[in-house]
Design a protein around this ligand. Structure first.
Ligand SMILES: [Zn+2]
Length: 241
């Protein structure tokens, strides 16, 4: 009887240990996910200025017809933006890249294949960055250092170190337009940006990866409203000067 009680107690004790271990593992994993998803982890989120200037940035292009539509909107307001382009999209639409470049916008690197760059080998990271840099250079990008933004903004120490070693700026954002949230209307996206933008803000939007007509419409409203509040628009490199 006593033996059986002892055995049961032992099982209960072990179970308690297991439970504590599982709980610790759960919290550690949750924390890790939070840290790796945290956008302010590394990189430049905004410019430190009191001047009313903002940089609009667009990821995942070139991507017709939305990139072209967006360029028309930017043209109509006579402003420049920054485009973080995906290498394999550049290969498919070099003519759009040339149009962007001719407008005086800033072209930047958003990897070659838009794969997650978390915890990947240095070789993979370097090839993702260098392939896209070369494509941009071949199309006429003269800027000494081409800025970089990893897919989904996901990065870790190794990637940040590598980008710094290549004398590149890792550009993040402080204003997320949430234009990738399907349920948001063009007005919602615009209001999200208008509400949160301040002096020196870097705004992230998307001209590729799906139907971006709402981003195009939102951009028109964002520029109109923020301009009426006294803001002007610059490329990221100009903003950070
Ligand atoms: Zn992206």
């Amino acid at each position: 009887m006593l033996d059986r009680m002892r055995a049961t107690m032992k099982i209960a004790k072990n179970f308690k240990k297991f439970l504590l271990f599982a709980l610790a593992l759960f919290f550690a994993t949750t924390l890790l996910i939070k840290v790796t998803k945290f956008h302010n982890y590394f990189g430049i989120n905004r410019a430190d200025t009191s001047e009313k200037v903002i940089a609009l940035t667009y990821d995942d292009g070139p991507y017709p017809p939305y990139t072209n539509q967006l360029l028309d909107v930017l043209d109509s307001h006579k402003i420049q933006a920054t485009f973080f382009l995906i290498g394999r999209n550049i290969e498919q639409h070099p003519e759009i890249v040339k149009t962007i470049l001719a407008r005086g916008d800033e072209l930047a690197n958003h990897s070659y294949s838009h794969k997650d760059m978390m915890f990947k080998s240095d070789d993979f990271l370097v090839s993702e960055i260098e392939k896209t840099d070369k494509l941009l250079r071949d199309l006429g990008v003269k800027q000494e250092s081409i800025s970089f933004r990893p897919p989904w903004g996901r990065r870790f120490l190794g990637l940040s170190y590598l980008v710094a070693q290549k004398h590149k700026k890792l550009i993040m954002w402080d204003v997320d337009s949430y234009d990738y949230e399907k349920q948001l209307s063009a007005d919602d996206i615009a209001n999200q940006v208008i509400k949160n933008a301040r002096s020196g803000s870097i705004v992230v939007m998307h001209d590729g990866g799906g139907d971006r007509s709402k981003t195009v419409a939102a951009t028109d409203k964002i520029v109109k409203v923020l301009r009426s509040k006294g803001y002007s628009f610059k490329t990221v490199s100009e903003l950070l000067k």
